[in-house]
Design a protein around this ligand. Sequence first.
Ligand code: HAM
Length: 423
Amino acid sequence: MAIQRPKGTQDLLPGIIEQWQYLEETIRSVCREYGYEEIRTPMFEATELFQRGVGQTTDIVKKEMYTFQDKGDRSMTLRPELTASVCRAYVEDKLYGQPQPVKLYYIGPMFRYERPQSGRFRQFHQFGVEVLGADQPIVDAEVISLVWNLYKRLGLSGLEVHVNSVGCPVCRASHREQLQEFLISRKKDLCNDCQERFDRNPLRILDCKNPSCQEVTVGAPTTRDTLCEDCSTHFEKVLAILGRAGVVYRVNPRLVRGLDYYTKTAFEVMVEEIGAQSAICGGGRYDKLVEEIGGPATPGIGFAMGIERVLAALQVQNKLPEEKPKQFAMLIALGEKAQIEGFALLTALRSKGIPVGMDLLGRSLKNQLKSANRQGASLAFILGEEELDRNVLVIRDLTSGEQMEVPLNDAVEEIFMKYQRGV
Ligand code: HAM
């Protein structure tokens, strides 16, 4: 039996890959405008990085990591997300010694052993940014506005930007207490996962999707009710800056992210049209993470968006460009001598940056012309024994059918001019 790709992974083939390239190029230009620089970290890291960074009690660390022992008997994990890795690089590569804040972005594959379904993969791709070394509310607003403006640039609509503050370790402790007090009498009505969360991480009960848990938590104290003064002032400032910058958001006091490192601002962007996996972006502030993994106390904030989900939204909203890359011209060389001469001509044209191709299967003139048309080429160059004897090249316009002859010696210049004029 033929070997198949692993469940939850995809082959990105020509025809689709152009959409990825378009999205990646748009992302890169928005990042340039906002002054973010790219970082690339390893595909795998020491398992401990994610255990300490993402948190022992999270679904990611408990159930979803691709962890293996390498041949030196070290525990390694394929990266399930990149925030912890970027913080590790910030410490290890001493980025804290550079002018602050450090503004980084990344695009690349992540790995989580999840139940594959529409919009949820085991190898998926994220675009994310991380800003390290700045604790001001304006940074939170910049990061959220980058997401907003990227989506606007892409032409997406119907987005819901949910914002919340999950507080700091001080106010979170009192929230946790109040929440447990509120829930204790109805603990038995919670789903199994939430009963387990009750002691470990009761905040997560607030964003459980299970209807009975949602019912139990109606009227429960939210993080916003219990924010300390510092967290509350920070949050109000973020909202004021966002509002003035034209970002349309909704404060969602139930928004609790699934990773343990968040402090203060947390946010998510949803597009309902793409189905159950509607979160296309999630992020927030993590002011304790760098310290947690052994670095100097450094505030941080960032987000990551699922490239597959953004592409799905662009697809549903018909916002993907349709262009398929085309060859400008196809060379039709008939006979061995013409092939050798023609190949030299192609090489000269390609080195001038002109996309040109030739038949590689030894087909007849008729079939080569057909294939040139199918590939959407504008021109065909015809070179046979007879043309070689006369030292000319036939240039046929495949749209009008018109033909002209040019001396072989002038062919590169002549074709280059046509290419610049767009024929
Ligand atoms: P996350 O919420 O786990 O956050 O993931 C961010 C986004 O990645 C999700 O909103 C979703 O679009 C996409 N995503 C996650 N899992 C999958 C999957 N299995 N298949 C397809 N797409 C998926 C983080 O990863 C944090 N590191 C974000 C962050 C950066 N926070 C601060 N800085």
